[in-house]
Ligand binder design. Sequence first.
Ligand code: CMX
Length: 138
Amino acid sequence: MILDHIGIATPNLDVGSAPYLALGFVPEGADEIVEAQGVKVRVFRVGESMVELLEPMRPDSAIAKYLEKNRPGLHHTAYRVESVDAEMKRLQEGGAQFLSAQPGPGLHGTRVVFLHPKWGQGTLIELVEHPQGQGAGH
Ligand code: CMX
């Protein structure tokens, strides 16, 4: 399992991009909308992993709600797994608390699921499965 990405909540992708551009990273591809999560996403690749900036598209999205209560910044960490279903089953058997009963669609055809931040000891954790045979960013 490797770190797939860190998710950063920002009210504005251009404003949120400033530190990463200054560090020398270049956005990968065009910004994308993930309808299921109500967010617009800009990706900066950092080796095998990514920084994903998340701008809310709707007031009822998780990121909009987060920004009502918190400053912009680190929102979640995401780990890449071979099979999100198998990993979910394994963790549920150990009592893990998932935020949905089934994985949902993520960026670039991925399947994703989130674990409750209380289970994550204060960190919202996401599991990500990329489409068969594809690495991150496809
Ligand atoms: N990191 C750590 N803790 C968090 C958190 C976060 N990102 N978001 C909320 N929390 C904590 C709160 O501090 C609060 O803790 P206390 O009970 O100790 O006060 C608790 O979780 C409940 O938080 P809340 O403000 O009442 O928020 P909600 O219950 O409405 O929702 C959460 C919280 C995590 C269940 C919800 O945001 C969720 O379902 N998230 C999963 C989907 C998601 O985050 N999507 C955005 C990513 C999009 C993408 O990657 O494409």
